[in-house]
Design a protein around this ligand. Structure first.
Ligand code: PRP
Ligand code: URA
Length: 212
């Protein structure tokens, strides 16, 4: 029997406060970007909780002793363009040795299905733990297609990191890829007729890049 798909939604006050500011329609591009970057780092703290460490002998100015250092598989951060880029750009500051991949995808406004236009992944992705980033998990179409792409390239260990999700998007990802844990800052009610998250924060890519 397989394990139930994992969902992590940390209820941290700092995270929730920053997300509320992101939601505010009056928040401008600069602050929106800064908040997205800060939330991404807080989410990375949660998403990397189970990284392996091993005791390593080091000498402090006072004594020689064993201290935990990261071990195990190396990491890869993969952004779903455009909006996921702001997340990998900030997380790589915490994990500077991670390789970074990009999957270009936009949602067709009529069908709401993802249209793929680019993919560049680390060649050794099968040997890395992959953290896939996209602030918005709405219908789940983009995330499922990106995970399909990662698995086709050999990825075996994938976590999806999002800022906002809705139950239908979570279900779609978990139905298609039950092995993929989702780490998300908040789960909203659902989608409107145009596939936007309600109450949501609007179009993440447009708010990050000041387009539209
Ligand atoms: C947004 C978002 C996700 C997708 C989520 O991207 O960043 O990739 O929509 O929707 P879904 O779960 O229904 O697939 P968008 O298509 O607006 O592209 P952009 O980031 O280039 O603006
Ligand atoms: N993509 C976004 O950027 N926002 C939504 O609410 C849904 C999909």
């Amino acid at each position: 029997m397989s394990d139930a798909p994992k969902l992590t939604a940390p209820q941290h006050p700092l995270l929730q406060h920053k997300l509320s500011l992101m939601r505010d329609v009056h928040t401008g591009v600069k602050e929106f970007r800064e908040l997205a970057a800060e939330i991404s780092m807080l989410l990375a703290y949660e998403a990397t909780r189970d990284l392996e460490t091993e005791p390593t002998t080091l000498t402090t100015p006072i004594a020689t002793a064993q201290f935990p250092m990261l071990s195990g598989k190396k990491l890869a951060l993969v952004a779903i363009l455009r909006a996921g880029l702001i997340m990998t750009d900030s997380i790589v500051r915490l994990i500077p040795a991670a390789k970074v991949g990009h999957i270009g995808m936009y949602r067709d406004p009529e069908t709401l299905e993802p249209v793929a236009y680019y993919s560049k992944l680390p060649a050794d992705i099968s040997e890395r733990r992959v953290f896939l980033t996209d602030p918005m998990l709405a219908t789940g179409g983009s995330a499922v297609a990106a995970i399909d792409n990662l698995k086709a390239a050999g990825a075996q260990s994938i976590k999806l990191m999002c800022i906002l999700a809705v139950p239908e998007g979570i279900k779609r990802v978990h139905d298609a890829h039950p092995d993929v844990e989702i780490v998300v800052a908040a789960i909203d009610e659902g989608l409107n007729d145009h596939g936007y998250i309600v109450p949501g924060l609007g179009d993440a890519g447009d708010r990050i890049y000041g387009t539209k």
